[in-house]
Design a protein around this ligand. Structure first.
Ligand code: NCD
Length: 308
């Protein structure tokens, strides 16, 4: 029985522990059924709209692939050529899209809480594909799915989350989803100016152990997972601040080789320069696999939300 049927997915907190394990198993099953580039029948006759008001590569395409593999239809709303250019509000756009009776809408927006602000005027279930600096719940879903596949567990892990923890939305969602597991330790690794926001720490207080540190070297020997993120250039108010911080943390192969091997290295992508390309061929570099996992876990999520 699916408990996510018809539900909005706006936060990583919308998944409880049971949902997560059920989705992991379902994603594994769908991976098998889809293998060999098959298109399945589950979502036949269902329509998903992707409404991305902010640039995206992986998230949009992997949702579209997931729906296509499930046998459903995809309609893509493209802002650049829409009436928004004529002055239509984005709330109105969402109402119009919803009026065509889609079965689910995946929405991304640069404004934090945009999906929350329209959920009551939209009848279709809404899945957030990222809202500003707030959250990216389905990225967190594919992140923990990847950890579970690679390590066989998420309980008890020690994870370092490195990079722009202030403006990034993947670190908050990943932190929230990790509260669903037992005995997790998070090291937030960032220059002071980019450390994790207090509002995020307040939400995980007492549910995971966490420590704030300034460099990877301080904790590298303890990590099961290193999760690297890029500096969110587009979210800096002062471009000089970006110039000062860019390149302030870079993971290279020679640096990694000096220490005990970190079992899993991840990145939500896009990468700019924070992981040198010579790391890509190390067996523990899992970021491309992680991106690929997005299709299977999003297919599992869509299957449940659609109730098919
Ligand atoms: C992330 C995002 O959009 O927040 N990208 C993604 O969906 N994989 C990370 C980023 O943009 O840095």
């Amino acid at each position: 029985m699916s408990s996510l049927r018809g539900r909005d997915v706006l936060s990583a907190f919308d998944f409880d522990r049971e949902d997560l394990f059920r989705l992991f198993e379902l994603a594994e099953r769908l991976r098998g059924e889809i293998s060999g580039r098959r298109v399945l029948d589950y979502a036949r006759g269902k329509v998903m709209i992707t409404a991305f008001f902010e640039p995206s590569t992986r998230t949009k395409i992997s949702f579209q692939f997931a729906m296509t593999r499930l046998g459903g239809e995809v309609v893509d709303f493209i802002e650049e050529v829409s009436s928004i250019r004529k002055g239509e509000t984005e709330e109105d756009t969402m109402k119009i899209l919803d009026g065509y009776d889609p079965d689910v809408i995946v929405v991304r927006h640069s404004k934090p809480f945009f999906p929350h602000s329209v959920k009551d005027v939209v009848r279709a279930p809404i899945i957030s594909g990222g809202d500003g600096t707030n959250e990216h719940p389905t990225q967190a879903l594919l992140d923990v799915y990847t950890i579970w596949r690679e390590l066989g567990r998420v309980d008890g892990i020690v994870i370092g989350i490195l990079g722009d923890l202030k403006y990034g939305r993947t670190p908050p969602s990943l932190s929230y989803i990790l509260t669903r597991f037992n005995d997790v330790t998070i090291y937030y690794i960032a220059p002071k100016q980019l450390q994790i926001r207090d509002e995020v720490l307040r939400k995980i207080e007492g549910r995971v152990r966490y420590h704030l540190v300034g460099s990877v070297e301080e904790v590298i020997e303890k990590l099961d997972v290193l999760y690297v993120t890029r500096i969110q250039k587009e979210r800096f108010e002062d471009p000089r601040e970006y110039e000062r911080l860019k390149g302030s943390y870079i993971i290279t192969r020679s640096m990694l080789e000096k220490y005990r091997k970190i079992p899993v290295i991840m990145h939500p992508l896009p990468r700019v320069d924070e992981i040198a390309t010579d790391v890509d061929t190390l067996p523990q570099a899992k970021y491309f696999e992680q991106a690929r996992n997005g299709v299977f876990i999003r297919a599992a999520l869509l299957k449940e939300v659609l109730g098919v």
